[in-house]
Design a protein. Structure first.
Length: 142
């Protein structure tokens, strides 16, 4: 048995792998996390993309309802001050923002999804643990 077909196959597999790892920018971009709701145009109020309440996953809508009722909240950290260290939300004084967990089916901990509220009633949604935010707007807005 000749090793030539095996070498050709290995060379082909290596070439495909190397081609998939390279890009014009000098490295492959990390894969974007899956989003649960479409990203929309800016609202003009925060400058962030907007998402309508009806476009949020049902668990986020449940969290918004809990926030509106004042609880009770299922996680001890719900209502904790959100410090905006990432500086993706409009800058405000410490204590202005508070965070709430959005349950993620299949997760055994808090997961990555949150609603962040501001003292003036603004609401933001993140499904990637504060890497990106969308401003939550009422369905009749926009």
């Amino acid at each position: 048995m000749s090793l030539r077909p095996l070498r050709v196959l290995l060379a082909l597999v290596l070439a495909v792998l190397l081609a998939g790892c390279s890009s014009a920018g000098g490295g492959a971009a990390p894969a974007a996390p899956a989003r649960t709701a479409p990203v929309a145009a800016s609202t003009g109020t925060s400058g962030l993309p907007a998402v309508r309440v009806s476009e949020l996953p049902p668990e986020a809508r449940n969290t918004l309802a809990l926030i509106a009722r004042g609880g009770p909240f299922p996680y001890a950290r719900d209502g904790a001050v959100f410090s905006n260290f990432e500086r993706l939300l409009p800058r405000r004084e410490r204590g202005y923002y508070h965070e709430y967990t959005v349950r993620t089916p299949g997760e055994h901990d808090r997961g990555a999804r949150r609603i962040v509220t501001g003292r003036s009633g603004e609401r933001y949604y993140t499904d990637d643990h504060y890497e990106t935010f969308r401003e939550v707007v009422a369905d009749e807005d926009r």
